[in-house]
Every structure is written in structure tokens, then in C-alpha cells.
Design a protein around this ligand. Structure first.
Ligand code: FAD
Length: 448
């Protein structure tokens, strides 16, 4: 710390260091509070100091000092992750990347940006040249692109472009290593997966190159349906309708829409509804599809009006859980991938099997060219054992659970560590200082 401070004070443009305990405590948190299990495990974890570099040269200086003194470093974007991904388990430095917000360049189909740029801000810039981010989490207004690549999986736009893990959704990244003499490594092609979704354990991302999509004028809709399965089947049909350009298909079973306070004048109580973003040139065929499924459009906002009032995306993905928990904080959630099945048999079975205990919230996405429902079901929490039973029942019946109640990478969606990631960690973080305690395989290797 003394050395970090002397770096800070020895420069004309000093590295920002935050030591105020209240601030450090705040910047040691993310959104793990949606999980009662993570709250029990992480509530007392705090870093020693927050360092906020303004550029890559400062990141390198911090990495060198921390490596020399074997100080753990937990990289942080906006801290909106849900699994305690940026909670410092062993104290040390919180490396807050939020000052590094430059858009290096944007051209048709691609952009190169610093890791701390907020996704909504980036989208605004790329839209000026007619392009937009392919996919973004519902936290796009605050979340950073580095944090999305480090800890996210997909979101609004995944109905067309798939998940972040799909080849082509990340073009290149640049990392600073945790060595006494830190190196800067640029990864391209499949090598980007040595770092993507490694929760900040495999190098400090300073820059990224991402693909862009043509920017459409997106209209927003809420449509209600007479029953949940009709709403779910409408979602599948809209996902499969290749001629209708869309960005979001979120289906919520009753009573979830009762939690959406700003829409209470639009959605009748206990409705089964779809929250949608559809390209304006496609509104006529979209209207025909709504009619075919007996849906009723309850709310509509033109692309021109977006930016005014509430944004529908901020009621979808894990924002659905956020709104539900703002009314009932005892609620928690699950993350599920359903097998491809146009008849949605497993969705229907689980919907009826759990009833009100597991409220069905589907997000349609494209996986390997096929549209399937993912889900972030809202769960009425009772005990850890019951939560485990619910998870097991899903898995026994063929659903894949990306467990959001763990801070260990291997216990979440990926299940195992990519051997390439483990090898890369040996190279870029030989002392295991980056976000220690999150990669189980690495910890086991150190113990032997
Ligand atoms: P952080 O939370 O700060 O970091 C996430 C992880 O990335 C951490 O492990 C951190 O160490 C690492 N990291 C951050 N920056 C870097 C860097 N420069 N170099 C290396 N590692 C780094 N996620 C989705 O995928 N889709 C959603 O739709 C979605 N919806 C959400 C809704 C709500 C209400 C909430 C609370 C969360 C949601 N999330 C979602 C989770 C989260 O918001 C996103 O993944 C977001 O992109 C994380 O960005 P961040 O800047 O907040 O990252």
C-alpha cells in the first residue's frame, strides 16, 4: 500500500486510491444479495483499498506493485455481477476499471473500446454510425463491457446473436498480466476464451474489440395472453419467425407482472405477459402473429420515444428478479437452459409441477442456430435444502441449471474449467493473485 501510495503521489497525474472504509466497503460489493446462500457466505468480505487506474500504464504499475508484494487484486467494472464475482475473498486491492472509458474506434460492424466503458454509452456512440452492440445485459446503463465479458453471459439481443460464449461475439482483447514485470498480451480468435468469463482470474482486461449489429429502430411492447403456455408458445413462434426482426422476447407467468409497478395501469393484475422489442419495419407481421395467438397489446412505445420514461429492457433478464425483490425481498431466482423442443413440454411440466413456488420467467435465446427458452425463474425461498431439491428436480428432468447461488466458477453455468483457461492462468497469474478463491481447479492445484 505504501508503495502504491508513493506511485500515486510521485506522479503528476496520480493514480486514484480510495481508502475511506465506507467507500471501500461499498466498492467491495456486487449484486450477490439476490441469493440468500451468497449473502451468508460473502457479507463480511471486504477489500483493503480501491485503486482506480485511468489508463493501461497505471494498470501495469498497480499489477507490478501488487505482484511484488503478493497482494490479491480483484478487478471490478460496475459491480453489477450476481454471483459475488467481484467480492474480494482475501482482501487486497479492488481494481476499479470504471475510469477507462475510451472508445478507441468504431466502424461498420466493429468497435475497439477500453474495458470500463458503460454499454449504454458505447451504444449511443455506435448508433451515430448506424450500428449497435449485438447483445447487452439488462444492466446496460451501468455495466461495463469488461465486466460483461468477464462475468456476463448474454442478454437483450441474444435472441438473434446467441450468447457471449458463441464464437464471433468477441473479437479480441488485451490483458495485463500479474507478473513482477507485467506483460500486455493481445488475444484474438479463439484465444479470447482464455480470458472471457473467467471472472477476472486470468488477466486484467484493458481493451476489447467487439462486433456490432445494424441498429434498428426498436419498438417496445407488452402483450398479455389468456394463459401462460399460450404466452410461452407465442414466444417460441416469434423467436422462430425469421422474417420478424426482434431483440427481446421475455415471457412472464402470473403473478410476476404484478411486480412491475410502472406498468400497473397497463397490465391487468395476474396477467401472463410478453415483454418485447421488435424492429419497427416488422410491426405489421408482428401484429398478425399476436392476433394468431389471441394476445392483447397492452403497452406500446415507438422507437422515437425510447429514452423517455421507463425502458422495457429494464424489466427483463435479471431485472425481473430485481423488481420482484423490491416488493418481496425474500424472493430469489434460478437460471435455466431448456432443451430445444418446439412443444415446450419440459417448460409446461415444470410450470405446473412447482406452481407458485417457482414463477416461470422465460428469455428466448438462439443457441447453435436454434431458438430455445432460457429462464430466470423467481423462487419463493424457504430453505437451502429445498432450493437444492428444486435445482435437482430441474436437472433430473433435463434442464441445465447455471447455479446463481455459488461464487465458484466451476459450480455455475460452465460446470468445468476450460483447460486452456487453467493453462493461461499459470502464465498470466503465476502467484494466483487475481480474484483468489473463485477458480476451484486452480485452488486445488495449489493445495497439492
Ligand atoms: P462486474 O460485476 O464489475 O464484474 C463481473 C466480473 O468480471 C467480475 O468477476 C470481475 O472481476 C470481472 N471483471 C470486470 N472487469 C474486468 C476487467 N476489466 N478485466 C478482467 N475482469 C473483469 N448478466 C447477463 O449476462 N445478462 C443479463 O441480462 C443480466 N442482467 C442483470 C440484471 C440485474 C438487475 C443484475 C443486478 C445483474 C444482471 N446481470 C446480467 C449481471 C451483470 O449485470 C452483467 O453480467 C454485467 O455485464 C456485469 O458488468 P459489470 O461492469 O457490473 O461487471
Amino acid at each position: 500500500l505504501t508503495e502504491l501510495q508513493s506511485i500515486a503521489s510521485g506522479q503528476s497525474e496520480t493514480i486514484e486510491i480510495i481508502r475511506d472504509p465506507a467507500q471501500v466497503a461499498k466498492l467491495s460489493k456486487d449484486y450477490y444479495s439476490y441469493s440468500p446462500l451468497l449473502v451468508a457466505a460473502l457479507a463480511d468480505k471486504v477489500g483493503d483499498v480501491v485503486v482506480r487506474p485511468a489508463n493501461e500504464a497505471e494498470v501495469i504499475q498497480v499489477a507490478a506493485v501488487c505482484t511484488r508484494h503478493r497482494i490479491p487484486v480483484t478487478v471490478r467494472g460496475a459491480g453489477t455481477g450476481n454471483y459475488g464475482q467481484c467480492i474480494p475473498l482475501r482482501g487486497g486491492v479492488i481494481l476499479d476499471m470504471s475510469k477507462m472509458q475510451a472508445v478507441k474506434w468504431a466502424k461498420p460492424g466493429m468497435a475497439r473500446v477500453e474495458a470500463g466503458v458503460k454499454m449504454a454509452a458505447l451504444d449511443k456512440q455506435t448508433r451515430e454510425i448506424g450500428w449497435e452492440i449485438r447483445m447487452a445485459p439488462s444492466t446496460y446503463r451501468t455495466a461495463t463491457i469488461g465486466g460483461f465479458i468477464g462475468g456476463g453471459s448474454g442478454g437483450i439481443g441474444s435472441i438473434t446473436y446467441g450468447l457471449l460464449a458463441d464464437r464471433g461475439n468477441l473479437l479480441a482483447l488485451r490483458v495485463v498480466t500479474m507478473e513482477e514485470e507485467p506483460q500486455v498480451i493481445e488475444l484474438r480468435g479463439d484465444d479470447v476464451y482464455k480470458v472471457a468469463h473467467a471472472w477476472g482470474t486470468n488477466g486484467i482486461i484493458t481493451e476489447l474489440e467487439i462486433p456490432l449489429a445494424p441498429a434498428y429502430p426498436w419498438a417496445e411492447f407488452i402483450v398479455t395472453f389468456p394463459d401462460f403456455m399460450t404466452a410461452a408458445r407465442f414466444g417460441q413462434a416469434l423467436g422462430d419467425a425469421d422474417g420478424i426482426v426482434k431483440k427481446l422476447i421475455c415471457i412472464c407467468a402470473a403473478p410476476i407482472s404484478n411486480y412491475f409497478a410502472p406498468f400497473k395501469d397497463h397490465i391487468p393484475a395476474d396477467s401472463h405477459c410478453a415483454l418485447l422489442m421488435v424492429a419497427e419495419p416488422c410491426l405489421e407481421p408482428f401484429g398478425e402473429l399476436v392476433k394468431e395467438f389471441g394476445g392483447m397489446i397492452r403497452y406500446q412505445k415507438s422507437a422515437q420515444e425510447t429514452g423517455k420514461g421507463v425502458a422495457i429492457g429494464e424489466f427483463t433478464w435479471n431485472h425481473t428478479t430485481l423488481h420482484a425483490r423490491s416488493i418481496d425481498p425474500s424472493l430469489t431466482y434460478l437460471q435455466t437452459l431448456f432443451p430445444a423442443d418446439k412443444e415446450l413440454k419440459l417448460v409446461e411440466h415444470l410450470y405446473h409441477h412447482f406452481g407458485d413456488e417457482v414463477m416461470m420467467h422465460l428469455e428466448y435465446i438462439r443457441v447453435k442456430g436454434v431458438v430455445i427458452p432460457a429462464a430466470l425463474q423467481i423462487v419463493r425461498y424457504s430453505t437451502p435444502e429445498r432450493l437444492q431439491e428444486i435445482i435437482k428436480y430441474h436437472e433430473d428432468n433435463g434442464a441445465l441449471i447455471a447455479n446463481p447461488h455459488t461464487y465458484i466458477i466451476e459450480e455455475g453455468g460452465r460446470k468445468t474449467i476450460d483447460p486452456q483457461q487453467l493453462e493461461f492462468k499459470k502464465r498470466v497469474d503465476p502467484y494466483g493473485l487475481l480474484n483468489p478463491g473463485k477458480m476451484r481447479t486452480w485452488e486445488e492445484l495449489q493445495a497439492t
